[in-house]
Unconditional design. Structure first.
Length: 153
């Protein structure tokens, strides 16, 4: 098995394989771009600290993550939501009612900024794809069930 080493001055560290980058366009909200930029800044600090500490494992992890986030930063396409609040679009906050009566609200965002537990889903998720372009009162099939759009903000 071959090992790839990267020279960092007098330090060497094993390079970790790159994180997979989505094949979809890197659409982001303004907040999502700020999150990406903050991650690049944080990782630059982490990388420098790992160099100072001569921590090869931390160097490898920080280098891999920096490659990912810098690529995402370069490919980011900020999407400004249209003023049309009548239809679901990238950046919308949507409230739906499921067949069992449960209500859920979430915002449609970029892949890297999505955190379903915090109420955000990626625009490439089946639910988001099914809802884009729909308006209040419309019923949409998602998987084996239907949801009704109650509110779009």
């Amino acid at each position: 098995m071959s090992r790839a080493f990267v020279k960092g001055g007098e330090h060497e560290f094993e390079e970790l394989p790159d994180r997979l980058i989505s094949e979809h366009p890197n659409l982001v909200t303004i907040e999502g771009l700020a999150q990406i930029e903050a991650e690049v800044t944080r990782l630059n600090v982490e990388f420098a600290a790992a160099q100072t500490a001569q921590d090869r494992a931390a160097l490898a992890t920080a280098a891999r993550d920096l490659r990912y986030w810098k690529a995402r930063q370069l490919s980011a396409e900020v999407v400004t939501p249209p003023d049309d609040g009548a239809h679901v679009h990238f950046g919308s906050t949507v409230t739906i009612r499921r067949e069992d009566g449960r209500r859920q609200a979430f915002r449609i965002v970029g892949e890297d900024e999505a955190e379903p537990s915090k109420g955000t889903i990626p625009y490439v998720a089946p639910m988001a794809r099914a809802l884009v372009g729909k308006g209040e009162g419309e019923v949409v099939r998602v998987g084996n069930s239907q949801v009704e759009v109650l509110e779009v903000r």
